[in-house]
Ligand binder design. Structure first.
Ligand SMILES: [Zn+2]
Length: 372
């Protein structure tokens, strides 16, 4: 216990130090940027206001798939993935429930990370119910399997005639008040993110080698979302070899406040080289009752330096009590999948000062993470 306490003190001190350093650099850059604006474009200075209000992030329970809804302070939305096909529209209905909570009626941007059924499968049902401004994806399906061909074709058919944009590493998704940068797409990755200093990554040396992954997982579009001092990382189902390529030998992401545990907590992903380097304060794992949430990945995230809480959409029933978080951090408890108690989700409310809160809709309880 004593060691744990010391460890968390050290982790906090070092986090504070690196946050302080980056805040100082940002302040310096802002000072010169604002001075330049005032000198050269006095009438436009007000247009560069710092972000205000709250960013909402919903981790929707799609039973071991992904669907993550982001809503900016001005109500502009990005949905990342759509869960599974049909099941009587279960996942589309759950996305709509989150949209109602956020007070929005349309999706402005829909990013499909890759063409596996648990991510792209919900598109045909969703577009019957909800207007979508633009569809973003990594381009053609690259996996030679019947299920991805089927999923990709159903997706193309569902979005035919609607705006579609293929994203590449370095591209941005434009939402006022947020910076959203595509880090990975179609197997390629960014080498530097504008505004983030590259840091040597000390967690690369002990990392083991990861196998080639010929599946769509390795093609996942991954994004970094920045809202003032708050950062959220969502890498879809990116697998180990691509994770390591992204952050080794230099980490272009820096540290993040919130990490969506990659690949639902599968042990094909979540290398220590990336999880430890990005030092999430809080992680959310979008596992199902009987999908992912694997002990090795759970342990890696749990042990990440600086982690305060690991929230899970489901109790991982294939794992054991030592590799599941305490009940208050779990949205859907053991035995709830498929019952009327199923479908609880997490709502994150983030502020530009880096503080945020997580609400578990099963319990109605909210935990606050104050500014550091
Ligand atoms: Zn998946």
């Amino acid at each position: 216990m004593k060691n744990d306490f010391n460890f968390s003190l050290t982790a906090s001190a070092s986090r504070l130090h690196s946050r302080f350093a980056s805040v100082f650099v940002v302040a310096l850059v802002n000072f010169f940027a604002i001075s330049t604006l005032l000198i050269t474009m006095p009438r436009l200075a007000g247009a560069q206001a710092a972000p205000q209000g709250h960013l909402l992030i919903y981790s929707i329970d799609v039973e071991g798939g992904q669907s993550t809804l982001l809503v900016s302070p001005s109500g502009v939305s990005l949905l990342v993935d759509t869960g599974w096909p049909d099941s009587n529209g279960r996942d589309a209905g759950r996305i709509q429930a989150a949209m109602r909570d956020a007070g929005i009626t349309r999706i402005d941007h829909l990013l499909i990370t890759h063409y596996h059924t648990d991510h792209v499968g919900g598109v045909p049902e969703l577009v019957k119910r909800v207007e979508v401004g633009e569809f973003l994806d990594h381009g053609p399906n690259r996996e030679d399997s019947e299920s991805t061909r089927t999923g990709f074709n159903a997706y193309l058919q569902a979005i035919a005639g609607r705006p579609r944009r293929i994203v590449h590493p370095g591209d941005t998704i434009s939402i006022p008040g947020l910076s959203i940068v595509v880090l990975t797409a179609d197997g390629d990755h960014i080498s530097a993110v504008p505004g983030i200093a590259l840091q040597p990554n000390p967690f690369c040396a002990p990392e083991h080698s990861w196998p080639d992954d010929p599946t769509e997982n390795a093609r996942s579009s991954g994004i970094l979302v920045t809202f003032g001092g708050f950062k959220f990382l969502d890498l879809g189902d990116l697998t180990g070899q691509k994770e390591v390529a992204l952050v080794c030998p230099f980490n272009p992401i820096g540290i993040v406040n919130l990490y969506l545990v990659t690949h639902h907590g599968m042990d094909l992903s979540n290398s220590r080289a990336i999880v430890d380097a990005v030092r999430p304060r809080v992680a959310i794992m979008n596992n199902g009752a009987h999908k992912a949430g694997m002990p090795v990945a759970w342990q890696t995230v749990h042990d990440s330096p600086g982690l305060e809480d690991l929230w899970q959409l489901h109790y991982a029933e294939g794992s054991d009590a030592a590799h599941n978080s305490p009940d208050p951090l779990i949205a859907n408890l053991k035995g709830s999948a498929g019952t009327s108690a199923d479908g609880a989700y997490f709502k994150v409310v983030a502020s530009p000062d880096g503080s945020f809160s997580v609400t578990n809709t099963r319990t109605g309880q909210t935990k606050a993470y104050p500014p550091e």
